[in-house]
Design a protein around this ligand. Structure first.
Ligand SMILES: NC(=O)c1ccc[n+]([C@@H]2O[C@H](COP(=O)([O-])OP(=O)(O)OC[C@H]3O[C@@H](n4cnc5c(N)ncnc54)[C@H](OP(=O)(O)O)[C@@H]3O)[C@@H](O)[C@H]2O)c1
Length: 343
């Protein structure tokens, strides 16, 4: 079989495991695959599909020469060192961390939205995957922006603990258990107890009072969709294991018709509209876990501004927000003929 030699970096993490699963499920053409993580996990077994067990190798000592594609999610500081090393040896890096996203020479890509941006990846051999909250928002807004031209976005996020990796999921479990059995609750990953609580703080605070997660949503949306769009985000961590939700209010230049907006969203790639205006006729985070689509519900006019529209947008942050988007980028490189012929 023809295919590519693929490395998954951060393979033992929440995103890395989902990358292995997604590559397998989507039958990405692979001739060889390697799972890389820190020295702590070297030698540990990790499954690829139903029948194959890979032995995790140490990223630190791994030679990328001869490998075609590397999907990176080992954290920003580790990508900063090892992604350029892999890229210099001719391996194309698709990086999930925040490290390279805003570098002008590095494409920041959501295949349903700006696949054309991939064309210039050769300058650095690195392609960046956007932040999980940005991805689902731009997927939902792209068809509406193309038709009505989006000027301003106000968004509140409801982000699951898996957005903070496997330790985030463990902490929600541990804190919930502690509350049930009347043990003391000790937050470690999150700044406050996350069980039965919501925390309006993701990533570090910036000088203007916003958080870096909120800043990322604004600057990444402008890089991917349109540099003229104003974005005001409030990012909140909620006690949900998998799936991010967003309440979005978008203001457009041209008059918006709700029926036409719903039709545009229904026809757009990667989107499923479920908007029944009845008990349970909308999608929640628990519904979207393990799914590939970006779900849009609660589509309605915002009467407080001239051309406003409200949306509820939900997606699995580990899949469309990370692993799936990265694999779709790799697929897009193949379909656009930007990779060397499969050997
Ligand atoms: N979770 C999400 O929804 C999401 C979405 C988009 C982007 N991201 C980004 O993806 C990255 C990983 O997120 P995650 O949620 O998968 O985190 P995670 O569950 O904590 O996993 C981290 C992974 O990185 C590896 N790692 C850590 N230090 C390393 C080192 N020095 N050398 C090699 N590997 C190292 C870990 O390996 P060991 O097991 O050996 O420690 C593990 O495989 C982060 O930058 C995050 O911002 C996450």
């Amino acid at each position: 079989m023809k295919g590519y030699k693929v490395a998954v970096v951060g393979a033992t993490g929440a995103v890395g495991r989902e990358m292995l699963k997604t590559l397998y499920e989507r039958l990405f053409p692979i001739t060889d695959i390697v799972a890389l993580a820190s020295g702590r996990s070297a030698g540990h077994p990790i499954s690829f599909g139903d029948k194959r067990i890979l032995k995790v190798q140490n990223l630190e000592t791994f030679d990328f020469a001869g490998w075609d594609i590397a999907l990176f999610s080992p954290g920003a500081a580790v990508s900063a060192i090892h992604a350029p090393r892999a890229a210099a040896s001719g391996c194309i890096v698709i990086d999930n961390t925040s490290h390279f996203r805003m570098e002008p020479e590095i494409p920041l890509v959501v295949p349903e939205v700006n696949p054309h941006a991939l064309a210039r990846f050769r300058k650095r051999n690195i392609i960046a995957n956007p932040n999980c909250s940005t991805i689902q928002m731009v997927v939902a807004l792209k068809p509406l922006h193309d038709r009505f031209k989006c000027k301003r976005i106000v968004v509140s996020t409801y982000q699951s603990v898996s957005g903070a990796g496997k330790e985030g999921m463990d902490e929600l479990f541990a804190n919930s258990r502690a509350i049930y059995v009347n043990d003391p609750v000790t937050p470690q990953i999150f700044p406050k107890n996350i069980a039965f609580n919501c925390i309006p703080h993701i990533d570090k605070f910036l000088d203007d009072g916003s958080t870096k997660e909120e800043w990322k949503m604004a600057v990444e949306t402008r890089k991917i969709l349109d540099p003229d769009i104003a974005v005001f985000a409030t990012c909140v961590r909620v006690p949900v294991f998998i799936g991010h939700a967003e309440a979005i209010t978008a203001e457009f230049e041209h008059p918006v018709n709700v029926g036409e907006a719903r039709d545009l969203l229904r026809r757009a790639p990667g989107i499923v509209v479920q908007d029944e205006r009845d008990d349970g006729g909308y999608v929640t985070q628990v519904d979207c876990a393990g799914e590939d689509a970006t779900y849009v519900s609660r589509i309605r006019r915002d009467p407080t501004v001239p051309n406003g529209l409200g949306l509820w947008v939900v997606a699995d942050n580990l899949r469309k927000g990370a692993a799936l988007n990265a694999v779709q980028i790799a697929e897009s490189l193949v379909t656009q003929g930007l990779l060397k012929q499969a050997a």
